[in-house]
Design a protein around this ligand. Structure first.
Ligand code: BTN
Length: 262
């Protein structure tokens, strides 16, 4: 914890740190802290999670002491519809920090995954907390495969990677963490000043989906189209086969790539 504090270059994010060698889920702890009034920027970080949560009710696998597993408390004053911007902002920060610290070409797969060479290296799970119908906090949980070997886990063999696998050397979790927090703080300031457009442009430059044919599956329906851009809320705009634009709200959707038949 002291080491994290020493490396910090932020004024808010990570100034209050709650470290756990092992815990159920950092998102769960961060939500409890937020509900008890924990302040914006609080960092909950663990070396191991016994019930790490992923999106779409999946579990997040991570062996002890190898990776980054942390959650941050945000208290955005904006409307609920803007809260998805936070997830995008964090995925941009993660991708940029990986690029800066390792030189690897990290790309963002909408809504909130970070990929290297076609394999997932990081995932983000945002959870919203309300009181009397008003948004009170957003907890953004970030998991990043830093020094693990996902191939030891049969289900992940073909779909996940880690920075160590890509670089063939260990990477400092501390340097990455402080880099991500610095980026998040800077981007959050931009967003609060109403400059989300600049972030959107940076995000689109690193988009893995832009221009690709994608399939979006949710509980209600399945849609296909060419991914064109993201809008001001951070929702995906696709062009369907009739040439119409459709706005995809992130929620509980999964996005897969559709092979083009030539
Ligand atoms: C996903 O890609 O499905 C999102 C994965 C999010 C995992 C992180 S690890 C830290 C935080 N605590 C959790 O229980 N989940 C998030």
């Amino acid at each position: 914890m002291e080491a994290i504090k020493e490396g910090l270059r932020t004024v808010c994010f990570g100034q209050d740190i709650r470290y756990f060698p092992s815990t159920e889920s950092t998102n769960l702890i961060a939500k409890k802290i937020a509900e008890q009034g924990g302040k914006e920027g609080t960092l909950v970080i663990a070396d191991y999670q016994t019930r790490g949560k992923g999106r779409l009710a999946r579990t997040w696998w991570s062996p002890p002491g190898a990776n980054l597993l942390f959650s941050l408390i945000f208290r955005p004053s904006s409307e609920v519809t803007h809260s998805f911007r936070l997830t995008l902002l964090c995925s941009l920060a993660v991708a940029q920090a990986i690029r800066q610290e390792t030189g690897l070409e990290a790309l963002i797969k909408w809504p909130n995954d970070v990929y290297i060479k076609g394999k997932k290296v990081s995932g983000i799970l945002s959870e919203l907390g309300f009181k009397d119908g008003t948004l009170e906090y957003v907890v953004v949980g970030i998991g990043m495969n830093v020094n693990c070997d996902p191939s030891t886990h049969p289900e992940l063999l073909d779909i996940a990677t880690s920075l160590r696998i890509e670089l063939k050397r260990n990477v400092s979790r501390l340097t990455l963490l402080t880099g991500i927090l610095k980026m998040i703080e800077g981007y959050y300031e931009l967003m609060k000043r109403g400059e989300f457009g600049a972030l959107r442009e940076s995000w689109e430059l690193l988009s893995l989906v832009k221009g690709k044919r994608v399939r979006i599956v949710s509980l209600e329906c399945s849609k296909e189209g060419i991914a064109e851009s993201i809008d001001d809320e951070g929702f995906l705009i696709i062009r369907n086969s009739s040439g119409e634009r459709e706005r995809i709200v992130s929620g509980d959707v999964s996005l897969t790539f559709v092979e083009e038949v030539v």
